[in-house]
Unconditional design. Structure first.
Length: 272
């Protein structure tokens, strides 16, 4: 039986019953929203995405979504403090198109990173985290400079564990711990400098989504093509996509690499 948005809406309503929440269905946008009755804060779900995951994985996909929604709503309804929680503040990488305000109009704290990416800041809450907004900073008497300093220190303390794969004379290193800050390792300049020093060729880096970072020791032209294809694949699969572009790391700067993947074997290109 084909799963429709109306049927999925009913499933979610059954799973997310709570006297303190209200749910709404937007037929035009094909979205389902759950929010606190008192504050109006909530989370909006795009139903076609949920249906796609449900068709691929069944009820376990909805179990995960239910846990995520409940945790997100719980976090929204609490007042969180930065002071005393310094070790739980981390930077998170997002695309340049990521919203700079919450749905309630609170302005999020961020700094520009590259033309493709921004750095936002999060208070880690265990199962989830809350992006830090201007209101939180003002309430705590913190500055953006203090946030960036604390978060920068904390991201350097995160472990980096990489798996190596060599393809056509190029070495690729994958890091994915699933802690929500995998892409944030791109801000750890110590790691980048160490890798740069060890590279036989050029150091390229890809952060296709939040939960993976790929370092590449590119030693021939094919390496750029391979990295581009990897980045595109991961970008399409990620729950929090960042960018499908990769970056070249040179002189402590990140420059985007514009790669047109060449799928034909070299010998065919020579014959053209």
């Amino acid at each position: 039986m084909k799963m429709t948005s109306i049927k999925m809406k009913k499933k979610l309503e059954d799973r997310l019953k709570n006297d303190q929440w209200k749910t709404t269905f937007n037929r035009d946008k094909d979205t389902f929203r759950i929010e606190w009755i008192d504050s109006g804060e909530g989370i909006t779900i795009t139903l076609p995405n949920v249906i796609s995951k449900f068709q691929a994985r069944g009820e376990p996909a909805l179990d995960e979504l239910e846990d995520h929604v409940q945790e997100a709503l719980r976090v929204m309804n609490e007042t969180h403090h930065l002071t005393g929680k310094e070790q739980h503040i981390f930077p998170v990488i997002r695309s340049a198109s990521f919203p700079t305000e919450t749905e309630q109009g609170k302005k999020l704290i961020y700094i520009d990173h590259t033309a493709e990416t921004r750095v936002y800041y999060a208070l880690d809450l265990g199962k989830s985290y809350q992006l830090i907004d201007e209101e939180m900073l003002e309430r705590e008497g913190w500055t953006l400079g203090r946030i960036t300093e604390v978060a920068g220190f904390n991201v350097r303390s995160l472990p980096v564990e990489m798996k190596k794969d060599s393809v056509y004379g190029n070495d690729f290193y994958f890091h994915s711990m699933g802690d929500g800050y995998d892409a944030s390792r791109i801000l750890n300049e110590v790691v980048l400098e160490e890798l740069k020093a060890e590279c036989k060729g050029e150091l390229a880096i890809s952060i296709p989504h939040q939960d993976v970072i790929i370092f590449a020791d590119v030693q021939n032209p094919e390496g750029y093509d391979i990295l581009a294809q990897m980045a595109m694949k991961f970008f399409a699969e990620g729950t929090v996509p960042v960018t499908s572009l990769s970056f070249l790391y040179e002189d402590k700067q990140l420059e985007p690499i514009f790669i047109l993947a060449q799928k034909k074997p070299k010998k065919d290109r020579k014959e053209e």
